[in-house]
Structure formats: structure tokens, C-alpha cells
Design a binder for this molecule. Sequence first.
Ligand code: ATP
Ligand code: LTN
Length: 326
Amino acid sequence: MARQRVFSGIQPTGNIHLGNYLGALRNWVALQADYDCIYCVVDLHAITVPQDPAAFLVERGNAAKVLLAMGVDPRRSLLYYQSRVPQHAELAWILSTIASTGQLNRMTQFKEKADKAGSNLGLYSYPVLMAADILLFRADAVPVGEDQKQHLELTRDLAERFNARFGEEFPLPEPIIPKTGARVMSLQDPTAKMSKSDPDPAGRVLILDDPATIRRRVKRAVTDSETEVRYDWEKKAGIANLMEVYSLFTGASMQQIEAEFGSGGYGRFKEAVAEAVVAGLAPFREAYDALDDAAVHRIMEEGAVAARDRAVPFMEGVFRRVGLSA
Ligand code: ATP
Ligand code: LTN
């Protein structure tokens, strides 16, 4: 039987952080063993908020390099920049003609971003482009963090509507969201998700942060006024967040963590968390330093060529369905 297909994307702006890794990228790497994986640096999505062109180009290259350093393997998976494969934008246009503005008005990420950065048409239709990314390759599954759940629902709705109107074309993609780590919280505000766009860098740990920075960030993480290490999201979100991080890097269960650190005070626990994160991220930093930019560029261009080859016949199928055949 043919392997099932996985698609996912990440925006290249800002640096990739622990939340991206634990919520999504860990799965990207792991899924390569069993799935036909297609991974995309979604630069067209990123320009929906204002960017400096020269800085953007550099950040985009760095993001690709981080993905490679983390273990996205171009021999097994497709990896490319979204803008190099024009079929993404073509399919987004077609899907936009069946997307309901009522449903787009309810997208919470749009509302949050529009409140912060101001609105534009691209930001508004962002979820339609994301649906196009996924449906272009007929993906069966999409590894993402919890914040993307609503966008995945919209994607499934668009696929269903297209299929009902024009004939069965798209499988309905399932999200792959981890049980632990699906929503890593800010180290400065455990009620908000860890985010690239948070102006306060103290809230996040970046994949490429040096050990001293990681230790400082974890040590200063906001917790609560008690002293007991206990897994309780309602009363102790800061500690629960650190427990999830520790668990993901060490494999220890919440019970084991409580047994080991329960009454030892937060200082000792935070030290252990920091060391686990430092050790867990060290191989990525090493791999990143060993990659050269020319090689990254070549990999991304080869990925785009292969992605276009696969996208063209898929897009022809869509054109035929809607009455746009050659
Ligand atoms: P941010 O909100 O951090 O500025 P983003 O969520 O808009 O970034 P991406 O960088 O494209 O966007 O996210 C890449 C992947 O990382 C997505 O699958 C997203 O769900 C996941 N992700 C982002 N933040 C977190 C988090 N705090 N915890 C878990 N997963 C996350
Ligand atoms: N919207 C996502 C990034 C993204 C994506 C995708 C994720 C764009 N296209 C396709 C999965 C599949 C975000 O902001 N994290």
C-alpha cells in the first residue's frame, strides 16, 4: 500500500523556538520514518505582516537551516520555499472562490494578528492559502501545534465543499497534535503561548540559544508562590509548563517528576529543566554550525523543482474539475 502523505509548514520569520519544536517539528522529524513527508517554509504566509526584504531573505535561509539541523532529511522528505512553487497561490485562488467570509471572520489567529499589526487582504485569506498548501498535495495528515486546529477545520470544510460541488478530489486531512507539548506557554506569562512574535524575548527559548541564555531563561521563568512541583494546569500553569518541557526532553512521566522533585523547591527543578533543555538542543546547534549556506540554498532549490513536478498534475486535476482545462 502507498504510504500516507504528510504536509506541514512553518513561517520563516523570527527564530524557531521550543514551542515550535515540541509542538510540531519533533513530529515532522519522527514522521519521516513512516510517511511521504512534504515540508514547506511558508514565506508567502510570512509576508502578510510587514517585512524588511533584505532581512527577510536572511531569516528565511536561517529557518531552512534550522529545519535541516533538526533532522528534516532532504533525502527522505521534500523541503522547499512556498514562493518557489506557484501552484500554492493558484490553488489558494480557486479555494478562495468557495471560502465563506463568515467563516474567515471567525478565525481567531486573524483577529489577534489584525489587532496587533493591522489588517490586509492577505492576512485575512491566510487560512485559505494554508488550506491550499495542504490540499495541493492531497495530504492525509498535518503535524501542527494546537493553535492551528481551527485552520485545519477550515481546510477540511473547504475540501468537503469542493468535493461536494466539483467531485471527489481531496482527502480530508487529519491534524497530528501531540498529547504533551501541543501548546508550550511563554516563560514570562504561562497564560499565553510561547511565540516568535512576542516582543519580550525572555518568554521563549530559541533552538539556537546558547547554554547560558537557556539557563537564564528557565531560571527566571514565572511560576507561583508555592514550592511544590505538581502537575496542575489550573493552579500552577508555570510549573505544569516546565514539567511538560522536562518530560519531553527526558521521557519522565508527570508522576515520576512529582516523585523526584515534588517538595525539593522550584530552584532545584528549574536547574534540572535547564540542563535537560541544554542537552536536548545541543545537537541542533552543532548541526546548524556545520551546515553551509550554499548547501542549504541548493537543497531548497532542488526541493522546489521536485515539489513543482508533483504539484503540476495535481493542479491539472483541480483545473479540470472546475472547468478550467487547457
Ligand atoms: P508564533 O505564534 O510563535 O509567532 P506561529 O504560530 O504564527 O508563530 P509558525 O512559526 O509557523 O507560526 O508555527 C510553526 C508550528 O509551530 C505550527 O505547527 C504551530 O502550531 C507550532 N507552534 C507555534 N507556537 C507553539 C507553541 N507555543 N506550542 C506548541 N506549538 C507551537
Ligand atoms: N499557519 C501555520 C503555518 C502554515 C502551515 C501550513 C501549517 C502555513 N501553511 C500548512 C501546516 C500546514 C502557522 O501559523 N503556524
